[in-house]
Design a protein around this ligand. Structure first.
Ligand code: BGC
Length: 369
């Protein structure tokens, strides 16, 4: 009985504190969410990788976080950001579904005094982005192209080009990096462009403007969608004469689309061999590389990107200014950025880079030597 009498006031105080916290409109209170994370889609293993790595990193901090997915919709993305704003976040980490459309969500967060970190993809044409945490995306495209150059022999090799989504700023950075390496090899006759009138029209230009790149990307876009990639590859192969078959090279923009494209090309009996690039080191593509069906991937170690983004968020929450290593022009401002390196992975170094580094378990694959 005595115990009970003592307990009631404590409970009452606790309830009053909880009610007060719940009614508070101030962000940053101990019961508010600290960091909101918005990722583009659960349908691609690339972003599921990010979610898993964020969850690991979140376990190591005292700050509270929540991860929401936009499922390929800018409207859902805006809704997600509004939900997180209402939960009192101080920092928003967001990978835009569409760089331009996400500006409205960033603006809404900024108006509430929230620090906005663009994660992997840059939000474009707004001054509401505070920081950008990214891989070196120009280096991604350059690594893909360099692999095609290093693994193609002879001259006049048919070259099939594919690009990412035109709404993703990265698609241009990847293409720019690839073009820097491929253009001189097109100009010297090593490669012959097989599937793009726009790229052919510009093949003598070492440096392309954004508009010129846009013309090529629009023609060759996969929209990051394996089905669109497959349909485009089928159309290209139907249109190609035998002189554009044989031993060929394919610029595959990422792993999911590269596998779809590779599946189409491997069905054509006039294609005797192909070398194809990818990126993301997704599990399905690591298996394709082991099986000899995809030539390479660009390994973007998501553990590093997550560590950088969470480190930046915590620095901000602690009231300090995060370190940056450069900046990216988003069409409106130069966004201070932190950038990490990428690694080219094929059959020869898949064991050391992907398995021995602890990124994936050997048991998740078959046929590893
Ligand atoms: C990312 C890639 C990803 C692609 C499709 C790009 O912005 O950098 O890693 O494969 O989007 O989701």
């Amino acid at each position: 009985m005595r115990k009970r009498i003592k307990f009631i006031p404590v409970l009452l105080v606790a309830i009053m504190v909880l009610i007060a916290a719940g009614c508070s409109s101030e962000s940053g209170g101990s019961n508010d969410l600290s960091v909101g994370i918005v990722l583009p889609t659960k349908d691609e293993q690339r972003w599921v990788q990010d979610e898993e790595r964020f969850k690991e990193a979140i376990g190591e901090t005292d700050y509270t976080t929540e991860i929401l997915f936009s499922q390929g919709s800018s409207a859902k993305e805006k809704e997600n950001v509004e939900t997180l704003i209402s939960k009192g976040i101080d920092v928003l980490i967001i990978t835009p579904q569409d760089g331009d459309s996400a500006a409205a969500a960033a603006d809404a967060a900024k108006e509430e005094g929230i620090t906005v970190i663009s994660y992997d993809r840059l939000i474009t044409n707004t001054d509401s982005v505070d920081y950008y945490v990214t891989f070196d995306s120009v280096a991604v495209g350059a690594a893909q192209a360099q692999y095609l150059v290093d693994n193609s022999e002879g001259s006049g090799i048919p070259l099939y080009l594919y690009a990412g989504a035109a709404s993703d700023n990265n698609a241009y950075l990847f293409f720019e990096g690839a073009w820097n390496v491929l253009q001189p090899k097109i100009a010297d006759g090593t490669f012959t462009i097989a599937n793009s009138s726009e790229a052919e029209a510009l093949q003598d230009k070492a440096e392309l403007t954004r508009e010129e790149m846009s013309a090529i990307v629009s023609q060759l876009t996969t929209s990051w969608d394996p089905n669109e990639a497959k349909n485009k590859a089928e159309t290209h192969l139907t249109a190609a004469g035998d002189d554009m078959k044989g031993d060929i090279a394919i610029l595959g923009p990422n792993d999911d689309t590269a596998r779809a494209i590779a599946d189409v090309f491997s069905q054509d009996s006039s294609v005797t061999s192909y070398v194809i690039s990818g990126q993301d080191a997704t599990k399905a593509s690591i298996q394709y590389i082991i099986d000899g069906k995809q030539s390479m991937t660009v390994f973007k170690d998501v553990r590093t990107l997550v560590k950088d983004a969470m480190g930046m968020a915590i620095t901000i929450l602690d009231g300090d200014t995060p370190d940056t290593t450069g900046s990216y022009d988003n069409g409106e401002i130069d966004v201070p950025a932190m950038q990490s390196d990428v690694i080219s992975v094929d059959k020869d170094n898949v064991q050391s880079e992907i398995i021995d580094s602890g990124y994936y378990e050997a048991s998740e694959f078959t046929g590893l030597e």
